[in-house]
Structures are given as structure tokens and as C-alpha cells.
Design a protein around this ligand. Structure first.
Ligand SMILES: Nc1nc2c(ncn2[C@@H]2O[C@H](COP(=O)(O)OP(=O)(O)OP(=O)(O)O)[C@@H](O)[C@H]2O)c(=O)[nH]1
Ligand SMILES: [Mg+2]
Length: 328
């Protein structure tokens, strides 16, 4: 299964500055030689790959990118300054397509790769450049060239940073719905989720990470029961596992925790060695809240901290997201 994040943006490089028409003015010399300077070049639009980003979500908010124009030339042979380049950072692995031709422009597969996606316009020549022995009083200059413009599509194959695991109906989809841009189905019966879903979480407007919601696991999942082995495959490459518990089930949460971890262990691929954050969901329900202290103590005996949350009221969610971001 492929999860692809995409965004379309318009990029426009800076225009070149105009060349200037000007003549020296000195005392007693009514009209000196031409001294109009050249315009500066427009800035380029550069796309650079960076390991600091993992999604294209920012491009849904800002779709137009411009580089600075070159400054116009001035008298006394002063050049206009070049317009500054605009550097756009994208995650490593981003592919860039030209929307008008449909062609792949480049694939930024390594970090810190750069491509000039649109070139700035050249600055125009000032009139001093048009002087010659037969042409002493040039009145012409060039306008700057316009900067290139392009409509591009960015595509990124997403890899999940965080995997959500737990028994069916514990609230995995409710959590991803609460914290990310995903809109999975949530319902009060087991196996509501039948295929993995990825959601992008924006963290404090600066970073983002990808969370995978997978269908509920049951005992025997690693052997393929409930298709568990296929779903576990999707979290093989995550950096972190968020293990969700639901104390409204007719079983002891610590026992549930162990059963799921046994499945991870038996599945192999070092799943059980991944760092885990253990979440106790549904604390808005009185029977859960009343026993929260007991659960905390039980888990503490095994040196495990639990994060109590409610996906319904939002209690504890910010703290959990902080913890996930910190661990990543
Ligand atoms: N009271 C309460 N109900 C919750 C909370 N979180 C989830 N639920 C409910 O629990 C039920 C199951 O939620 P889902 O998010 O679909 O659970 P899931 O783990 O994704 O379930 P599967 O996809 O079947 O594995 C739904 O009826 C939710 O409304 C919570 O914090 N408090
Ligand atoms: Mg679900």
C-alpha cells in the first residue's frame, strides 16, 4: 500500500531590474557621456531537500512562492542589486513534477540536494552599454527579463513515524482523528478500521510527523489472525509505537498490554524493541477514571509510565503529543 502526500504550488522567480538611461552632469558640461547602470538579476526559486521535514503539509497553507526582483539600474553607472533567491525546503524523497507537461522534473532523494526550479530574469543593460564611436548619445536601455514561472506538483511517499497499536475498539482511530488531518471512521464495534490510515500531525506549527492507524490486533495476530500480520507490516519502519489501552474492556489492562506485546514479539522484525508510549484512553468514563490510580501503580511496578487521555474530551492529548514529539 502506498501513501502519497501531494501539493501543488506556483513558483515565480524574480524579474530582472530595468537598465537605466542617464548622462553625466557636471558643471560647465551640459551633457556628459551616458552613465545609466544595468538592472540587477531577479532571484531564482530553489528547492532544497531537508531531513528536518517529513511531510508536505505546509504547502497546503502557502501555495504561491516568489523570489525578489532585481533592482533597477541607476545613474553614475550604478548597478541595481540582484534579487535574493527564494529557497523552499521539502522533505527528502520529494519528487517534483511540472503540472503543465506532467513530466517529472527531479527526485530529491538525498538530503541537501538543490535544484533551481525557475530562473530569475536577467537585468536589462543601462544606456552606457550602448555607446560606440558612432553612437555617442544612446537613449536606449533594456527592460529586465521576466522571471520564469511554473506550476509544480510535489509528491512524497509517506513513511509513518509513529504506529498506533491496541485491541479493537480501544480508540486508535479516535486518537488519530483528534491529533491529525486524517478522518477515519470511528464506531462502537471492533474492526471498524479495516485498512491502515496515515495522518499528519502538525506540532506547534514548526514540525510535523506521520502517524499510522492500523486495524485492531487480537491474540494470534502475528500468525495472521484477523489479518494482523499484514497490518503489523505497516509499522515495521516506524520509530515509535503508541500502545493504546481501554479499561472498559472486560479484561485487565496490564494483561491486555502483555498480550499485544506478545504479538509484537512473535511477529519479529524488532517490533517489540521499538520505544513505546503507553496510553490509557477513555478516562472521561467514571469507571476508568476511578481506577486510574490503581492502573498507574500496576504499570509503575513494571517501570512503565502511562499517559491517561480522553479522545472525547481531549484531556491529556496535548501532553501525549508533546511526549511523542519529544521521543521522535
Ligand atoms: N467515552 C469515550 N469513548 C471513546 C474514547 N475514545 C474512543 N471512544 C469510543 O470508542 C469506540 C471505538 O473507537 P475507535 O476509535 O473506532 O476505536 P479503534 O481502536 O480505532 O477500533 P478498531 O478500528 O475497530 O480497531 C467509539 O465508539 C468511540 O467513540 C474516549 O476517550 N472516551
Ligand atoms: Mg479504528
Amino acid at each position: 500500500m502506498k501513501f502519497i502526500d501531494t501539493a501543488e504550488i506556483q513558483v515565480k522567480a524574480g524579474d530582472g531590474g530595468k537598465g537605466c538611461v542617464s548622462f553625466r552632469r557636471e558643471k560647465y558640461i551640459p551633457r556628459g557621456g551616458p552613465d545609466g547602470g544595468d538592472g540587477g538579476n531577479g532571484g531564482n526559486i530553489i528547492i532544497r531537500s531537508s531531513l528536518r521535514l517529513s511531510t508536505l503539509i505546509d504547502f497546503r497553507y502557502v501555495r504561491h512562492y516568489r523570489a525578489k526582483n532585481g533592482v533597477h539600474g541607476k545613474g553614475k553607472n550604478m548597478y541595481g542589486r540582484n534579487g535574493e533567491d527564494r529557497i523552499i525546503e521539502v522533505p527528502v524523497g520529494t519528487q517534483i513534477y511540472d503540472v503543465d507537461t506532467g513530466r517529472l522534473i527531479t527526485d530529491l532523494s538525498k538530503s541537501d540536494q538543490e535544484i533551481i526550479i525557475t530562473k530569475g530574469g536577467k537585468g536589462g543593460k543601462g544606456n552606457s552599454r550602448f555607446v560606440s564611436s558612432t553612437h555617442q548619445v544612446p537613449l536606449e536601455s533594456e527592460p529586465g527579463e521576466p522571471g520564469e514561472q511554473r506550476h509544480i506538483r510535489l509528491e512524497l511517499k509517506l513513511l509513518a513515524d509513529v504506529g498506533l497499536v491496541g485491541f479493537p475498539n480501544v480508540g486508535k482511530s479516535s486518537l488519530i482523528k483528534r491529533v491529525s488531518n486524517a478522518h477515519p471512521k470511528v464506531a462502537d464495534y471492533p474492526f471498524t478500521t479495516i485498512a491502515p490510515i496515515l495522518g499528519i500531525v502538525r506540532y506547534k506549527n514548526e514540525k510535523s510527523f506521520v502517524v499510522a492507524d492500523i486495524p485492531g490486533l487480537i491474540e494470534g495476530a502475528h500468525t495472521g489472525k484477523g489479518l494482523g500480520d499484514q497490518f503489523l507490516k505497516h509499522i515495521e519502519r516506524t520509530k515509535l509505537i503508541v500502545h493504546i489501552l481501554d479499561a472498559t474492556r472486560d479484561s485487565d489492562p496490564y494483561n491486555d498490554y502483555r498480550i499485544i506485546n506478545n504479538e509484537l514479539q512473535s511477529y519479529g522484525k524488532s517490533l517489540v524493541q521499538k520505544e513505546q508510549i503507553v496510553v490509557m484512553n477513555k478516562i472521561d468514563i467514571p469507571v476508568v477514571r476511578n481506577k486510574l490510580m490503581d492502573y498507574r501503580d500496576t504499570f509503575k511496578k513494571h517501570k512503565i509510565e502511562i499517559f491517561p487521555v480522553s479522545c472525547v474530551t481531549g484531556e491529556g492529548i496535548d501532553k501525549l503529543v508533546d511526549e511523542i514529539a519529544k521521543k521522535l
